[in-house]
Design a protein around this ligand. Sequence first.
Ligand SMILES: NC(=O)c1ccc[n+]([C@@H]2O[C@H](COP(=O)([O-])OP(=O)(O)OC[C@H]3O[C@@H](n4cnc5c(N)ncnc54)[C@H](OP(=O)(O)O)[C@@H]3O)[C@@H](O)[C@H]2O)c1
Length: 236
Amino acid sequence: MDTSTMPVALVTGASRGLGRAVAHALTVRGYRVVADGRDPAALARAAASAPGPGTVTAVPGDQADPAHRRALGEAVRALGRLDAMVACAAALGVAPPPRLEDHPAADLERLFAVNAVAPVAMLARVLPQLEAAGGRVVLMTSDAAVAAYEGWGGYGASKAALELLTAVVAVEHPSLRVYALDPGEMDTAMLRAAMPGEDLSDRAAPDDVAPAVVRLLEGDLPGGRYIAAGMPAVPA
Ligand SMILES: NC(=O)c1ccc[n+]([C@@H]2O[C@H](COP(=O)([O-])OP(=O)(O)OC[C@H]3O[C@@H](n4cnc5c(N)ncnc54)[C@H](OP(=O)(O)O)[C@@H]3O)[C@@H](O)[C@H]2O)c1
């Protein structure tokens, strides 16, 4: 089978939560996926359980590490094209999130490094392949990027920085379609760490939110900021 015509997506943070759901949804749609996450065993399990005819190349590592971003870029190059980058990997930081005066500066720096600097540096590394394909970029943001919630200052500010960087990338690269997506609250490890002991069973499951990402990748929506709730899914 000639796989070179199958689209390729880079999905960061694909070992669990929303990234895993997106990677799985994309294999169902015939994408070849390059996926990362720091825990190699969890990433391998997520890759092995992908339900579609597409494939998942697992490249474990920390997205804040330039050597890991280089390895991801090489895995993309080996597949010969890149149609989409979906940036789900993110850090919550100190959990549960503390008030700003209690937030250690080293953790604030790590939040900006992982949540804002790393996705943009990763994007820079694969820009030639994305531009060649007229590709799409979806970066996960949060309502904490645009509203002031007690305890969410560090994480929210890192996502606000990511949103502005994303908007500038869009202006600088008009051949790409660049989206910031607020997925809304989801029942994932991140929200469970942020709200220990709370019943999150009424929150969305990552599999319910993944279709919003597919909509951005395959629909005709202009670049910009979107909120997943209420976005119509692309028909299967
Ligand atoms: N859950 C929510 O309610 C919510 C709300 C608004 C926005 N979001 C955003 O939606 C996205 C997905 O969130 P989620 O709830 O699915 O999170 P999650 O369950 O914590 O999953 C995060 C994923 O990213 C990976 N990851 C974390 N740090 C990484 C790093 N430094 N390098 C590489 N991979 C890393 C994790 O694997 P390892 O730990 O093994 O690295 C995991 O695969 C995030 O950008 C988050 O900020 C979530």
